[in-house]
Write a protein that binds this ligand. Structure first.
Ligand SMILES: O=P(O)(O)OC[C@H]1O[C@H](OP(=O)(O)OP(=O)(O)O)[C@H](O)[C@@H]1O
Ligand SMILES: O=c1cc[nH]c(=O)[nH]1
Ligand SMILES: [Mg+2]
Length: 211
């Protein structure tokens, strides 16, 4: 159904945690904590291709040649607001990553993304970028964010979501066939308000307690 750029991360820990997010009885504190944990687990897969280099290390027993990260420059870019919930989980694993921010909200009538904020690291063009947003619904917000970041000259961009609709994945594959997508669940469809069914509701509201 999807091409090799789409990575559906169905590890049991991820499935378990996503189910907790879906539950309408899950409160703000637990929701926020689990979004962060899921981001860290997804990060583990999304960084599988990071380059390594040889280093010589002396253990208490012997000297050997081992592998460490080659120091590739990374940036993560959460799409505000909901993407903010994924930042700490990634920084726990990659503390040296720089963080850019892009503010987009979906117009409730047209469902089109509206940009209201942007701040990127000054050397973003030299960095590999992972865009963060829990929800990929119509794909409009993520596609606009990718176009925007490509405008800075970024060549290697990945998109990390928690739940996607098939419609959103199709949009990214069409608009940005070079972008790898990492997602923990692909749901059935969108409803008339362009919400993911069954989904988890409005991720931003549930992370920040605004409803
Ligand atoms: O794929 P799309 O159809 O564009 O929908 C997904 C977008 O909608 C949500 O943001 P929202 O507009 O609710 O903003 P918020 O994060 O501030 O709540 C979500 O976090 C995505 O950014
Ligand atoms: O289901 C959806 C769709 C867009 N944004 C959300 O937060 N949830
Ligand atoms: Mg929202």
């Amino acid at each position: 159904m999807f091409n090799e750029k789409v990575h559906i991360l169905d590890h049991p820990l991820l499935q378990h945690k996503v189910a907790i997010l879906r539950d309408e009885n899950t409160g703000v504190k637990e929701f926020r904590e689990i979004v962060s944990e899921i981001a860290a687990l997804e990060c583990y897969e999304a960084t599988r291709d990071l380059p390594l280099e040889d280093v010589e290390i002396k253990t208490p027993i012997a000297t050997g040649t081992f592998k460490q990260l080659a120091g590739k420059k990374l940036a993560i870019v959460p799409i505000l607001r909901a993407g903010l919930g994924m930042v700490d989980g990634i920084l726990d694993l990659i503390p040296s990553a720089k963080v850019g921010h892009i503010g987009l909200y979906r117009d409730p009538e047209t469902h089109q993304p509206v940009e209201y904020y942007c701040k990127m690291p000054s050397d973003i063009a030299e960095r590999d970028v992972i865009i963060l947003d829990p929800m990929l619904a119509t794909g409009g917000s993520a596609s606009a964010a990718i176009t925007f970041i490509k405008g800075y000259g970024c060549k290697h961009i990945k998109l990390m979501n928690i739940i996607a609709a098939p419609e959103g994945i199709a949009v990214i594959q069409k608009d940005h066939p070079d972008v790898e997508i990492y997602v923990a669940a692909v749901d059935e469809k969108l409803n008339d308000h362009a919400y993911i069914v069954p989904g988890l509701g409005d991720a931003g509201d549930r992370i920040f307690g605004t409803k």
